[in-house]
Design a protein around this ligand. Structure first.
Ligand code: PMP
Length: 424
């Protein structure tokens, strides 16, 4: 019953059916939100103990440091030890900072623009053009950040095993204006793709015309598994050293989707030279991070296994939500051949591709019946999806019942838009 095989009569009945379903939706007065990948209140409750930690009288770090006071730019060593194990980065090369890794990415880019790296011929901002490779679909805030700094974006495809590395290698080989690229290596936002060790090795070894080419390795979902297969991220730092470019990769991560999204800890990792570079600029911006918050995270986790077991509790809450998304999409859309979607093994998103030229219409239809979706195109640089087909679904926040209702409404909108287009 693929929509492409329906004659005009059959399409007409499909259209009236979906119009009727859509009018029912309107009558229900829904207010549902699938926009941002926020943890649900139940997920936040998993870390509720943080509110009482480190507890009255508990303020000394393992080495005796009074966490209430200034200092300690690198962050608490015991927290860095835990994430060293989880992220595969030696402790001296891993800094623990404030609540947002996005802020660290922003700082890094601003310093690169103002000062450049040791291998930069001049500060990036002094270049006529600075460009970044952007795997698409990708994270909207990465793209907005580049746009805010006037860095141009060059899209390449994001595949199930990572970005299209052949295309990237060809681009960077003889274009010195390409100074870097984004990569969410594990459970990418929004495709859920996991960069394979082979793709990562090639990225770290490929020749680049810019001597200061950097891979911004945003490992936001490193431990955010949705199945019992707890895939390990490729070892970016070792691969960069082995590939002859030890300074190529800058690693970012945070506990935003481990503990409290708004009150967690962020991490920066890199080669010794990159860490020294980062601290060399950071020291003008801060006397030290919030060590009390870091200490309470240490008390909550205990060790790396504490993080792993907390993530399994998140999985218990999240996996049923991803199952609802899959159920509804399969039940409502599979037969019509009007969409493809990902079945992520981790992370926070499902990537839905609808009929070309209908994503914006689907989002508009959904909005009119009270279902908020991320604007069509937001997973692309400049918000421009060349095929107008991509929609990011963020199932973590709504309750299971709300999610089912929202997905059902979304499926109706996808079908309605597809039928309208086929008849147009
Ligand atoms: N990177 C990616 C890929 C994300 O999806 C998100 C959150 N949506 C962030 C970074 C934000 O991280 P933080 O909360 O640490 O700033």
């Amino acid at each position: 019953m693929s929509i492409s095989t329906l004659d005009r009569d059959a399409l007409g009945s499909l259209l009236s059916e979906q119009r009727a379903a859509y009018e029912d939706l309107r009558a229900r007065g829904l207010t549902l939100d699938l926009t941002r990948g926020k943890p649900s209140p139940e997920q936040l409750d998993l870390s509720q103990r943080l509110l009482a930690l480190p507890g009255e009288g508990d303020f000394r770090a393992a080495d005796g440091t009074d966490t209430r006071n200034y200092g300690g730019l690198d962050g608490l060593v015991e927290l860095r030890e835990i994430f060293s194990e989880l992220l595969g980065i030696p402790v001296p090369q891993l800094l623990a900072q404030g609540s947002s890794s996005l802020t660290l990415m922003h700082e890094t880019l601003v310093w690169a623009m103002l000062h450049g790296f040791a291998s930069s011929p001049r500060p990036w901002a002094a270049e006529e053009t600075v460009r970044f490779v952007c795997p698409v679909p990708g994270y909207d805030r990465h793209f907005a950040l580049l746009e805010s700094l006037g860095i141009e974006m060059v899209p390449v495809a994001m595949n199930a095993d990572g970005p299209d590395v052949e295309a990237i290698a060809a681009l960077v080989a003889d274009d010195p204006t390409i100074k870097g690229m984004w990569l969410v290596p594990t459970y990418a936002n929004p495709t859920g793709g996991v960069t394979s060790p082979e793709v990562a090795a090639r990225l770290m070894a490929m020749p680049a015309a810019a001597p200061d080419f950097r891979v911004f390795w945003d490992n936001a979902y490193a431990v955010h598994h949705l199945t019992t297969d707890e895939t390990k991220s490729a070892d970016a730092l070792s691969l960069a050293s082995a590939g002859g470019h030890p300074d190529r990769v800058l690693v970012f991560a945070s506990t935003s989707k481990i503990t409290f999204a708004g009150a967690g800890v962020s991490f920066f990792g890199g080669s010794p030279a990159n860490v020294a570079w980062f601290k060399g600029h950071l020291k003008f911006a801060s006397i030290g991070p919030d060590k009390v918050n870091q200490l309470r995270h240490v008390r909550l986790f205990g060790d790396a296994d504490g993080v792993r077991s907390l993530m399994r509790q998140h999985r218990e809450l999240l996996a049923p939500k991803f199952a609802v998304v899959e159920d509804v999409l399969a039940a409502r859309l599979a037969a019509f051949d009007v969409a493809t979607w990902t079945q992520p093994q981790g992370g926070y998103f499902v990537n839905l591709d609808v009929v070309d030229g209908t994503a914006a219409r689907v989002v508009e239809l959904a909005k009119a019946v009270g279902v908020a979706l991320t604007p069509a195109g937001s997973s692309f640089p400049y918000g421009a999806d060349p095929r107008d087909r991509n929609i990011r679904i963020a199932p973590s926040f709504p309750s299971l019942d709300d999610l089912r209702a929202a997905m059902d409404a979304l499926a109706t909108c996808v079908l309605l838009a597809a039928a309208e287009k086929a008849l147009a």
